[in-house]
Ligand binder design. Structure first.
Ligand SMILES: Nc1nc2c(c(=O)[nH]1)N[C@H]1C(S)=C(S)[C@@H](COP(=O)(O)O)O[C@H]1N2
Ligand SMILES: [Mo]
Length: 421
């Protein structure tokens, strides 16, 4: 059946009454055709609400029966956040979100070979190498082990963009997202297979077209590594590694192998492509840093930010801060181009290796200024300025580039990115 036909069938199944909604301010001002919510099937066969023109619909929702309950919830057609996809990644719209949990369908994606389709009934994870007995685990097997749930972010180590003043938080650093993850502790499985106490590294291998492989120190397995099968209360999304991915809280995204199919335990790193030709970065003196797993502290003001325009008066500056080293202890905000810094309020609970929301009330007097935030974590690490990073790395970008983001507020209230100040 074609899409058009599918839509028709569903529309005829709808009650003849649907609530009236207007979808944008522009339409409202134009006073054009009324829009209504109708149930249609999207290209995956999922039933969704869609705004479509309707005739003769009263504006008062108390005068018409509403849409009946559905199999899945929907977003209001007034709210249309999106992920900005490219061929190999898509970015979380940080400026459109509240709190710290990323809705699963807005979790950023970074795929080296696309999203594979994996049948969970055929899923198998092999653990072998320096073990007492090599073992295979089905998804069912993994779910029988004691489960564990934690909230943490995943951030791509290439999470930085600049070069233009017209970039939004999503474009600057939308390669970080946060979920509540559930799965089994990797240490539980390593005990099950009898991992050798002399082992120092393990290899994680993905079942995708990229066959993504990374070597991970055994210490991380015993610290807090997990194999997760659930995200925000439901099965992992295909984009996040369905049915099972490696979760290494606070470490760079690329080590957290999705669609994981094999773990090999050894006494040295495997020196895969991802840790030799890729995922290394310049440091001072013409040297290159390898196995740079930790994500350093970072913060960004998500409100106000480009492309918003603010009005004179009270503005609640809002943003998120995070660090792979543990908890965020302070976020400092400057509203006068970095001369003075004030303590922002951190929203409780402040979790370890997790996005932390911060806010600061500010009276904007209408003068041009620069606002910025810097994160400080429990190890005493201070988020560096752009200039400090450029000096330390002898380059203007690359992996693990976590500078302070500075926003210029112009007299007309428009906000623009200025990294170099
Ligand atoms: N198998 C596999 N795992 C992978 C990747 C991949 O391409 N294949 N990309 C990695 C990279 S570079 C990142 S940043 C994270 C992104 O996780 P997400 O797509 O769930 O946000 O997954 C990592 N795990
Ligand atoms: Mo990444």
């Amino acid at each position: 059946m074609t899409m058009e036909k599918k839509r028709k069938v569903l529309e005829t199944q709808l009650p003849s009454v649907v609530p009236s909604v207007k979808i944008s301010r522009r339409r409202m001002l134009g006073g054009a055709a009324a829009l209504g919510l109708v149930l249609v099937q999207d290209s995956f066969g999922k039933i969704i609400q869609e705004a479509q023109p309707l005739f003769d619909v009263p504006k008062d929702p108390t005068k018409r029966l509403g849409v009946p309950p559905g199999i899945l919830g929907t977003r209001s057609p007034y709210e249309q956040p999106g992920k900005l996809p490219s061929l190999t990644s898509s970015r979380t719209p940080l400026q459109d979100l509240f709190g710290t949990i990323t809705p699963a369908d807005l979790h950023f994606e970074r795929n080296h070979g696309g999203v594979p389709a994996i049948d969970p009934t055929n899923y198998e994870l092999v653990i072998h190498g320096m073990v007492e007995k090599a073992m295979r685990f089905t998804l069912h097997d993994l779910k029988r082990f004691p489960s564990f749930t934690r909230t943490c972010f995943i951030e791509c180590s290439g999470n930085f963009r600049s070069g233009n003043t017209n970039l939004s938080p999503q474009e600057i650093c939308g390669l970080t997202s946060q979920s509540e993850w559930t799965g089994v502790m990797l240490s539980t499985l390593f005990r099950e297979v009898g991992a050798d106490s002399k082992a120092t590294w393990f290899l994680a291998e993905g079942n995708d077209a990229a066959v993504m492989t990374r070597s991970i120190p055994m210490a991380k397995a015993y610290e807090d590594a997990m194999l997760v099968y659930a995200q925000n209360g439901e099965a992992l999304r295909p984009e996040q590694g369905y049915p099972v991915r490696l979760l290494l809280p606070g470490w760079e995204g690329n080590t957290q192998v999705k669609w994981i199919r094999r773990i090999e335990i050894a006494d040295q790193p495997f020196m895969t492509r991802e840790e030799t030709s890729k995922y290394t970065e310049n440091i001072a003196g013409g040297k290159i840093r390898q196995f740079s797993f930790l994500m350093d502290a970072r913060s960004i003001i998500t409100f106000p930010s480009y492309p918003l325009q603010i009005e004179k008066g009270w503005v609640e500056i809002r943003g998120i801060a995070w660090t792979g080293r543990g908890k965020i202890t302070q976020v400092e905000v400057s509203t006068d181009e970095g001369r003075n810094w004030k303590q922002a309020v951190l929203q409780e609970p402040v979790l370890s290796k997790a996005h932390t929301a911060f806010r600061l009330l500010w009276y904007w007097d209408g003068r041009q200024t620069i606002i910025k935030s810097r994160a400080i974590d429990e190890t005493g690490y201070y988020q560096p300025s752009y200039q400090e990073l450029v000096t330390a790395r002898e380059s203007k970008g690359g992996y693990h580039f976590n500078p302070i983001t500075a926003w210029e507020v112009k007299k007309d209230g428009t906000i623009w990115l200025v990294n170099d100040r």
